[in-house]
Ligand binder design. Structure first.
Ligand code: 5GP
Ligand code: ZN
Length: 112
């Protein structure tokens, strides 16, 4: 069995607050939201970091999934931020790539 938390969610071994799923991607609400809307979109395949993917089609699909969900949830027009943290200095804590989508409040720039 995998040690990866997000693979366990994909496999159904860990409960997940799912928003969307298809054959390639899974989207779910972040357990520790940093904004009124905060969800994650992950590939079903285990890919550790942004440095480990060269699949442009999958990266594009992850990004389009974010905007589709933001539109479905009704905050796309107000605006939102999409983030992928990479490795230690990027703030990555779960080593299975994921896009964060944060929305529902005014976000500041730059991030800390
Ligand atoms: P990272 O720091 O790697 O960019 O983001 C990891 C994200 O995963 C964090 O925002 C964290 O709150 C979220 N997270 C960690 N454990 C869980 C969990 O068990 N369930 C959910 N839904 N999110 C989680
Ligand atoms: Zn994984």
């Amino acid at each position: 069995m995998t040690d990866c938390l997000f693979c366990k969610m994909v496999n159904g071994d860990t409960p997940v607050n799912k928003i969307y799923e298809d054959e390639d991607v899974l989207a779910f609400h972040d357990i520790n939201p940093q904004a009124p809307h905060h969800f994650l979109v992950i590939p079903k395949a285990h890919i550790k970091t942004l440095n480990d993917i060269d699949d442009a089609k999958l990266l594009g699909k992850l990004t389009l999934t974010v905007s589709n969900i933001a539109q479905d949830l009704g905050f796309a027009d107000e605006g939102y931020r999409v983030v992928m943290n990479c490795n230690e200095q990027g703030g990555q804590t779960v080593y299975h790539i994921h896009l964060h989508c944060l929305g529902g409040r005014a976000l500041t720039w730059p991030p800390g």
